[in-house]
Design a protein around this ligand. Structure first.
Ligand code: PLP
Length: 409
């Protein structure tokens, strides 16, 4: 188990005073995590010492940059236990990964009457690309419901999966409820009716180990910026035979083998899906983020978050008028979403901000879920490797203070 005080020294931003004399309490890692020095240094090193375009230069710097970019891919492949680096495509973020699959796989494999199954707890990134596709192709989208406690109604899967279902795309961990879903079971259920399974790992990859071979998922998507890496890069894992059969998403340089005035042939995987100059510095930063999480130990990261989350759920449940969203106990990932009496979450976030506490307020890009819950918005505190019990205490105290500001009885 790592020492949280040591970990905190790895994140220079944690020394920030957000207002004079008010230190930062960063409880918004689920929106985007902070970056350790090693990630920032790896990107600086690239820009200072060996920046050049990759895959096309024969000079020394280009070779160095190409090796670093491809080494980052190897690190990511190992991190998720992908069988080969060909199955690890660098994209802009998780959102782009969904759009890539919806555009490339979806437009060749989805037709009128086909069904795509999602769940009621999805982020817009795992809803809207399928809605665009379904609208264009005359397909139907169905949503596996959730229970009141924020878990999926897995026992009703039979009603929602059938021989028309072509894809079941679902989140590993809900960014609002914190629910940790039974991914292997859901993948198996999709495969049992001949559908593919895509996992939204945006809230999973930063927090717990992923083994795509054990999960047997067909596609899996996540973003670097939520797992200590830079913004601007994400990962699409896809099974090789699927990626090979898919047409390119974006056209241009790098994704081709040969171009003539009449047409083109595509490059090998994974470059077939990486058109144009890629996110070189960002990939190197993501590689360093993977190194950092490996150095802490991803199981230790998960264990720390579980401890902090349990503590937070217990502390927050004692704030009068506060309603927690999502399931209790070990089914709950590293966040706590809640409402507080009739106070608008934006107002809560503003009061907390004056105390240096950064939380997220709003619909968290999950409007259908909030509609289902019958609330317009919620407040969310999210935890990571550097979160301490003291910070949770500060959050709880600030929520008591919020109650008095808004004169809640
Ligand atoms: N899926 C989930 C569960 C998320 O929490 C997020 C980001 O909040 C995304 C997808 C989209 O990630 P990005 O905005 O980095 O593409």
């Amino acid at each position: 188990m790592f020492n949280v005080e040591d970990v905190r020294r790895d994140f220079p931003i944690l020394d920030t005073e957000v207002y004079p004399g008010v230190p930062l309490v960063y409880l918004d890692s689920a929106a985007s995590s902070q970056k350790p020095t090693s990630v920032i240094a790896a990107m600086d090193d690239y820009y200072i010492h060996y920046h050049a375009n990759i895959h096309r230069g024969v000079h020394r710097l280009s070779e160095l940059a190409t090796s670093a970019y491809e080494l980052a891919r190897q690190k990511v492949a190992r991190f998720i236990n992908a069988p080969t680096t060909e199955e690890v495509v660098f994209v802009g973020n998780a959102t782009e990964a969904f759009n890539l699959v919806a555009y490339s796989w979806g437009r060749t494999n989805i037709g009128p009457g086909d069904e795509i199954l999602l769940t009621e707890m999805e982020h817009h990134a795992n809803i809207v690309p399928w809605q665009i596709l379904a609208r264009e192709k005359g397909a139907t989208i169905r949503y596996l419901p959730i229970r009141d406690d924020g878990t999926l109604l897995v026992e009703r899967l039979d009603e929602f999966l059938n021989k028309r279902t072509r894809l079941f795309s679902f989140t590993g961990v809900s960014n609002v409820l914190g629910t940790i879903n039974p991914v292997t079971e859901l993948v198996e259920a999709a495969h049992a009716v001949g559908a593919l399974a895509m996992v939204d790992a945006a809230q999973t990859a930063p927090h717990m180990s992923i083994d795509v071979q054990a999960l047997n998922c067909d596609f899996l998507a996540f973003s670097s910026h939520k797992m200590c890496g830079p913004t601007g890069i994400g990962v699409l894992y896809g099974k090789r035979e699927l990626l090979e059969a898919m047409p390119p998403f974006l056209g241009g340089g790098d994704m081709i083998r040969r171009v003539t005035l009449e047409g083109f042939t595509t490059n090998d995987l994974p470059w077939k899906f990486e058109a144009g100059t890629p996110r070189i510095a960002e990939a190197i930063g993501l590689g360093a983020a993977v190194d950092y999480l490996n150095h802490l130990g991803i199981d230790a990261v998960h264990a720390h978050e579980q401890t902090i989350t349990q503590y937070a759920l217990e502390s927050l449940s004692e704030v009068p008028g506060l309603s927690l969203l999502g399931p209790p106990g070990s089914l709950h990932g590293g966040l706590a979403s809640f409402t507080l009496g009739g106070v608008h979450p934006h107002d809560i976030a503003e009061v907390l901000d004056k105390k240096g506490i950064a939380i997220r307020a709003g619909h968290h890009c999950a409007m259908p879920l909030h509609q289902k819950l019958g609330i317009p918005a919620s407040a969310r505190a999210s935890f990571y490797v550097h979160t301490t019990f003291e910070e949770v205490d500060q959050l709880t105290a600030a929520l008591h203070h919020t109650r008095s500001v808004f004169r809640l009885n």
